[in-house]
Each structure stands twice: as C-alpha cells, then as structure tokens.
Design a protein around this ligand. Sequence first.
Ligand SMILES: *Cc1c(COP(=O)(O)O)cnc(C)c1O
Length: 395
Amino acid sequence: MNEQGLSEKEIFSYLENVKSEDTDYYRVLSSMCTHPHKIAVEAHRLFIEANLGDLGLFAGAHSLEKEVIMMLGELLHAPSVKIPVEKACESSVCGYLTTGGTESNIQAVRGMKNVITAGKKELGKIPNIVIPESAHFSFDKVADMMGIEVRRALLDSEFKVDPASVESLMDANTIGLVGIAGNTEFGQIDPVEELAKLARQHEIFLHIDAAFGGFVIPFLENPYPFDFKVQGVTSIAIDPHKMGLSTIPSGALLFRSPSFLDSLKVSTPYLTTKEQFTLTGTRSGASAAATYAVMKHLGREGYVKNVQYCMQLTAKLVEEARKLGFEPLLEPVMNVVALRVPSPDLVRDQLLRKFGWNVSITRTPRSLRLVLMPHNTARDVEEFLQDLKKVTAEL
Ligand SMILES: *Cc1c(COP(=O)(O)O)cnc(C)c1O
C-alpha cells in the first residue's frame, strides 16, 4: 500500500484507464450476465451501505428483500404458507437473496443435508445427490465443501438428463436430486416432472437450478413446467443478475417449506437478529433494492419483451447459420445456441483474435456456445456470421 493517499483525480484517471480493458459486453456472446437496467443501478446506489447481514439496522432494505422474494415466489408458483412471524421466512414465501446461483445451489444442498440429518432417516457413511452431467460447476464446490458425493447422470440425445440414468444412480444414501431449468452450456431444460416423480417416490428433495432459466422460461410463449407448480420440487435457484437485469450480486433461493430455511440457521450472538440462515454474513442490501426496482419497473410485460427480443436474435442466428451450413446441436429452447462448426476451439480463438468476438465452447460434444443477451443486436448477429464464415473458410 502507498504511504500517502493519492488524489481523487489520480485514482479515477487510473480507474478509467483500467476500465477500458473491460469488454463492456461489446461483441460478447459468451456471457449470461449483461448491462444491468439503469433503474437497477440507481436503486443500487441509493442503498449502497445497506447490510442485510444485520437486518435490525436495515428494516427498509429488508422489506425490499421480502417483497422481491414474494414476487419471485409468485413467478415460480410457490405455495403460500402460514408461518409465525418469528420464523425464518417472515413473508408467506420462504427464501432469501443470495450472491448468485453458486450460493443458492450450495445452500439448497446444505438444507437437504440438514433436514435429513435432523429427521429420523438413518444415513450411511456418505450422503449423495444425483445431478445431471450438464450441471453447473458450482456443484463441484458442493461436493468439495460438504462431504457429499455428487453423482452425475447421463444426458439423452437432446442434452436433457435421462431419468433412467438418474434412477440407476440412486440408493439408500441419496438425499436429493437436482434438475437444471436452462443448463449453462445448451440452454436445455431437464424433464422436471419426471425427476419430481422420482423424488416423490423416494421421499427425497428436488432442487431446480434455474439460475439462468428462471427469468426466461416463465416469459416464453409456451413455458415448460419447471417450478413449484410441479409437486416434488422442493427448492429453486434463480438469478436476477442474469436475465433479470439486476446488478451483481443478485441471486435468490426459494424453498417450498419453512423447515428448510430453519435447518440452515445458526445463532448470531452480537447482531440485532438472533439467527442467520444465509451463507454469507454481511450481505448487499443494494442488490435487493436493485432487483426490487427493476422487477417493479419492467413488470411481467417488460420481461416478456426482453425474452422475446433475445429469442428473436436466437432464431435469426440459427436461421442464418443454417444458410451458411452450420447446424445447431439442438433446436434452441432458450437464448443459448450450440453451433456445430469444424475445430471449434480454433474457431473460437480466431474469432477473438481477428474480430474481437467472445464466444465459448460446450464440453461434450465440443461446439460453439453462443448466448444471445439483451446487449446483443441483430447487426451483431449478421456481423458475427460473416466473421464466422471467414474464419472457417481459412481453416
Ligand atoms: C450461472 C449459473 C450458475 C452460477 O451462478 P453464479 O451467479 O455465477 O454463482 C449456476 N447454475 C446455472 C444453471 C447457471 O447458469
């Protein structure tokens, strides 16, 4: 650290310089995040010092968090439950705002483990969960941190998890299943109803990771069943900082029943509240305000338009890529395209080096992974395909 402080001017001239190295989402087709809505940014600023880790001091920010959870609960068809006010979820929907999909997934599995351990069910040495092969890498962290074995079920030819493979991996120590509603690589949605049936039959939990899809699927013309409407779904992760257009960090975790949140509690001796069920301690109230503001401002209609826009770009990209001879691995379900191209790794490097496009790659099989976000335009799609044509012609 420097001995004497620098002037504001010096700091900001340095920061602006450094910021110019960030991409600003120009020619970015690899990200599930985007520019936050300007309303979200303003609300974030207004609540910049609010700490949801100490709720008693920030009753205003906390009321916004509860409103957001109620709105998300309605969106995801959470049942209303009657809960005494002193209980963890003080609204009729159970959940809280997290830092993102990773924290939500970790806490969902921690909840499964705690509820089962607190109950009568005798577990063998190592509890396990069964997740799709396509699950996000955050579940590797779950395995690492919690002493839980994570078993990966195979996908079918459409990149959905195969329920038969899930069932074959289940045993007496299986405490829960995970389904992905909008997987990160392909944008595919797992057969949630079939997973829920398995979970109900075996009386275990079913967590749905809708980190990306949660702000997409409900706004599609024909929404797929993926949320609490499906009996057997016990928790859902949804990220406002992806297609919800809120600021980073904004995630959310919702539970069907209050016993889950209860199971996550630890006591907090020196705070204004007695207990805390979150993973992080100090927590951004600014994110809660940002998510509240953008959800209220856009309303269902605004999100439908946002999703329609991204789906139109997706359809355009696929249609025009086909004319150039590139087929998608699957018909896009959401605004994610996996495009078959020769030597995808090489193509990705060339697209970046020669034309400044950021794209990514799916693992198996390897293909170009393109996410069409609100920051992309129809013109981007046209220019991208021209550049893709040039790059592949030179191979
Ligand atoms: C993005 C994503 C995550 C991780 O979310 P973070 O906000 O980056 O922690 C988890 N699951 C899915 C399906 C995702 O798309």
